[in-house]
Design a protein around this ligand. Structure first.
Ligand SMILES: *Cc1c(COP(=O)(O)O)cnc(C)c1O
Length: 211
């Protein structure tokens, strides 16, 4: 645990940049410590692991849960029921399913669409041209609040390369008039801030190394 890192970063970033504390691999007790420092947004990437912590922390009403992991079709309903934000919507089909489920569940999740800005075979996401071609249809989907785009940069890029990809994400979001860009992790958050991130997804920098 590095709670002092949390405060350091919090004091360094502009007030319009939010920290999402990525608590995957860490226990509810560790979430509580960070929550006590004023952090209320927590990100998880596996439904079952997250749900167990949500039950334990259920009495802390201030916590807002964000889903940032791969969306398995058979978990979508549970994710819609239990998360306020979904950052990792990587296909039109899943977005449609989320919209239909949200309607049935009377939910209105905040959605960020994951975009693929480089040829990283390990990462999913919308292709930019495809996203532009589907934009009108996407806007017509009910019971979702589309607030932004999300991207994960490939590992091992230089600072300059990271900045360039993040700027691409920012300008694409701007072209759709979307306020949010969920970008920047423990290793590249400074470039993400410079490029106009509104959500830094920080795990190890706050919680320490995952084992
Ligand atoms: C784990 C994870 C993070 C946080 O990674 P760190 O490098 O520990 O900050 C951010 N985004 C996603 C999608 C993740 O899965």
């Amino acid at each position: 645990m590095n709670p002092s890192n949390y405060l350091k970063i919090k004091n360094k970033i502009p007030t319009n940049v939010n920290i999402l504390a990525v608590s995957k691999g860490f226990k509810s007790q560790e979430i509580k410590i960070i929550q006590n420092m004023g952090q209320n947004d927590f990100g998880e990437s596996k439904f079952q692991e997250a749900f167990e912590k949500q039950l334990i922390l259920n009495d802390i009403k201030k916590i807002k849960w964000h889903f940032i992991g791969r969306l398995q079709s058979n978990k979508l309903r549970k994710i819609v029921q239990n998360f306020k934000y979904i950052h990792s919507v990587d296909s039109f089909e899943k977005l449609q399913k989320i919209s239909n489920i949200s309607f049935e569940e009377k939910k209105n999740p905040l959605i960020m669409l994951q975009v693929k800005l480089s040829d990283d075979p390990t990462k999913g996401g919308f292709d930019t041209k495809y996203l532009i071609s589907k934009w009108k249809e996407i806007q017509e989907l009910r019971n979702i609040k589309l607030t932004g785009l999300m991207t994960i940069n490939p590992k091992g890029l230089s600072s300059k390369e990271n900045l360039k990809l993040f700027k691409k994400c920012r300008s694409l979001a701007d072209s759709f008039q979307l306020p949010d860009c969920s970008m920047g992790m423990s290793g590249d958050w400074e470039e993400a801030v410079d490029a106009g991130s509104t959500w830094l997804r920080l795990g190890s920098l706050i919680f320490g190394n995952r084992f």
